[in-house]
Design a protein around this ligand. Structure first.
Ligand SMILES: Cc1ncc(C[n+]2csc(CCOP(=O)(O)OP(=O)(O)O)c2C)c(N)n1
Ligand code: SF4
Ligand SMILES: [Mg+2]
Length: 272
């Protein structure tokens, strides 16, 4: 017997403004489903980004606010500190999170704010018409790299999970993708784990999602999904980078007891 599809309670039943094949709508729905499953609709505070998901609050039916481009983790920090019992989600694109907002991103993670950051990596500035993002691939043609991204000029694409995984405080870091059903289901599980950890007070969680922007990549939705798999995934490997409650703490990020203020430091004159 086929299971009847039920529309998420935490999703507004409105027409989408996203292009066909865009990943944002898929991720919005996953977030809404997880909010329903965890029964936290009245507890969630969503910080919407500046980017194509600027109207995230028109779809996800929770209390929301807008943050200036790049500032969402700072706004999320304020909301969480004032309302520690709320579940605070910062939803951001790659231009928002890794260009103008790199500082806010790294420092919120480094402070170990008990918030969840959902990072939509579509390798481009979608909303503004397809300029190069920090995550655009080498050779990728964009409006601002008409001959393809040249690493000699602008450096290599930035890997957010790998950077955050060098910090001590984050408790959960995973990279997912939404190019097929299997990966969509995995993404939902990652979002659920991140929000569950926040609910349990475990600390900072970060879920990166490789996503499609067919419009600015200049391809159809099927080809866009394929490009995420074939071109993006090899550079941005999927998987769990950090899961502290499960005991997965990389050596480099593990706090070393006694290093600061120990005998060796003291005999060398102490920390200044
Ligand atoms: C302070 C500021 N700088 C620049 C902009 C212009 N701007 C709006 S959205 C955007 C980039 C959006 O790209 P991304 O964050 O990757 O989101 P996407 O649309 O791809 O989901 C930029 C540069 C702005 N609105 N505010
Ligand atoms: S421009 Fe790209 S990111 Fe924006 S709605 Fe269209 S497909 Fe999605
Ligand atoms: Mg983008």
């Amino acid at each position: 017997m086929s299971k009847k599809y039920s529309f998420p309670k935490s999703m507004k039943d409105v027409k989408t403004h996203y292009c066909a094949g865009c990943g944002h709508g898929i991720v919005h729905k996953l977030i809404a489903q997880v909010i329903d499953e965890l029964d936290i609709q009245s507890d969630v505070l969503l910080v919407a980004p500046v980017g194509c998901a600027v109207y995230a609050y028109n779809y996800i039916n929770v209390d929301s606010c807008e943050a200036a481009h790049g500032r969402a983790p700072a706004v999320a920090t304020g909301l969480k500190r004032v309302h520690p019992d709320k579940i605070v989600i910062s939803y951001q694109g790659d231009g928002d999170l890794l260009a103008i907002g790199t500082g806010e991103t790294v420092h919120a993670a480094n402070r170990g704010e008990n918030i969840t950051v959902i990072f939509i990596n579509n390798a481009i500035y979608g909303m503004t018409g397809g300029q190069m993002a920090p995550t655009s691939l080498v050779g990728q043609v964009t409006k601002t790299t008409p001959y393809g991204r040249d690493a000699n000029d602008v450096g290599y694409p930035i890997r957010a999970c790998e950077i955050l995984n060098t910090l001590v405080e984050p408790k959960y870091i995973e990279r997912c993708a939404v190019y097929d059903v299997q990966h969509i289901n995995k993404t939902k599980a990652a979002i659920k784990k991140a929000l569950t950890y926040q609910k349990e007070g475990k600390g900072y969680s970060f879920v990166e999602i490789l996503s499609m922007c067919p419009t600015n990549w200049g391809v159809n939705p099927v080809a866009a999904a394929q490009w995420v798999k074939d071109a993006m995934e090899p550079y941005y490997p999927l998987g769990v980078f950090r899961d502290v409650p499960a005991g997965n703490i990389p050596e480099a990020a593990a706090p070393k007891a006694g290093v600061v203020g120990n005998a060796a430091t003291a005999s060398a004159g102490g920390a200044k």
